[in-house]
Design a protein around this ligand. Structure first.
Ligand code: AMP
Length: 269
């Protein structure tokens, strides 16, 4: 596995893959890799011969009071996980490599970027849209894999790729990997205290209960009950909302903001 820290190194390695006629998949991440990320690499290998994993804690997608400075940076451990999952290249650029002096353009995530998490994290999805556009154009992969854990992000990326004619065959969604108690794996789970970790299981449980409740109650009542359940268990809920055919939640446990979502099975509602 090759570690590339800048665009020149990356493109040299990509050239070798292209000359060997390999299909390339990109898996963008912010590092602190876990089994969820590994599953994306595994899925990517079903669609390509070689996987590029980018690791970049993108400053432009963090608000000024968010966790950019404390976000875990664990390159050594990440390389081991990526290599075991079968990645060929780790692209871990510096902020200067990604945003050289004079950088002055951004991609707007448009309307989707203002909904759900976008209401609470102003500019977040513009930062995501910009960095992912750059990564896609730098790597020019045949496919890219994104987790459904970040469902809104996946929608934003599909919209951007479609609207801007970014030449890629497919944006492939990967299922959410969960702990045994249902908590979706996340690099931010490390922030949870022992007590918070115990109640963190209620997030997924509440999504399932609320989806169930939708079969017999009005949307308003089902969502209100879900919010009340979380609040009474110590969560501060940013939102619990239906978007397209998904039920999505973002809620705080202490200083940790957790997100999760499930697909609503309307046929069996
Ligand atoms: P992150 O490093 O958290 O920005 O995530 C990088 C990619 O991994 C995104 O496409 C996420 O949706 C995906 N991802 C993160 N956690 C999970 C998970 N538990 N299951 C599946 N995909 C995930």
């Amino acid at each position: 596995m090759i570690l590339a820290h800048d665009l020149d190194n990356l493109q040299q390695s990509l050239l070798e893959l292209a000359q060997a006629g390999k299909r390339v998949a990109l898996v963008p991440t912010m590092g602190a890799l876990h089994a969820g990320h590994a599953s994306l690499i595994t899925l990517a290998l079903e669609h390509a011969d070689a996987v590029v994993v980018s690791i970049f804690v993108n400053p432009t997608q963090f608000g000024k009071n968010e966790d950019f400075s404390v976000y875990p940076r664990t390159l050594e451990a990440d390389m081991k996980i990526a290599q075991e999952a079968g990645a060929s290249i780790i692209y871990a650029p510096s902020a200067e490599d990604m945003y050289p002096e004079g950088f002055n353009t951004s991609v707007s995530a448009g309307r989707i970027g203002t909904l759900l998490c976008g209401k609470f994290r102003t500019g977040h999805f513009d930062g995501v849209a910009t960095v992912v556009t750059k990564l896609l154009l730098r790597v020019m992969p045949h496919v890219a894999v994104f987790g459904m854990k970040d469902y809104q992000q996946l929608c934003v990326i599909k919209q951007v790729v479609n609207d801007l004619d970014i030449p890629i065959e497919e944006i492939i969604p990967a299922p959410i990997v969960r702990e045994a108690d249902g908590l979706a794996l996340s690099s931010r789970n490390h922030y949870l205290s022992e007590d918070e970790r115990k109640i963190a299981t209620l997030l997924y449980q509440t999504l399932k209960n609320t989806a169930n409740q939708l079969k017999t109650s009005s949307v308003t009542d089902a969502l209100a009950k879900g919010v009340a359940d979380l609040t009474s268990n110590g969560y501060k809920v940013d939102y619990l909302e239906i978007f397209e055919d998904h039920l999505l939640v973002a809620a705080w446990l202490g200083k940790t903001r957790l997100i999760d979502n499930i697909k609503i099975d309307y046929e069996n509602q």
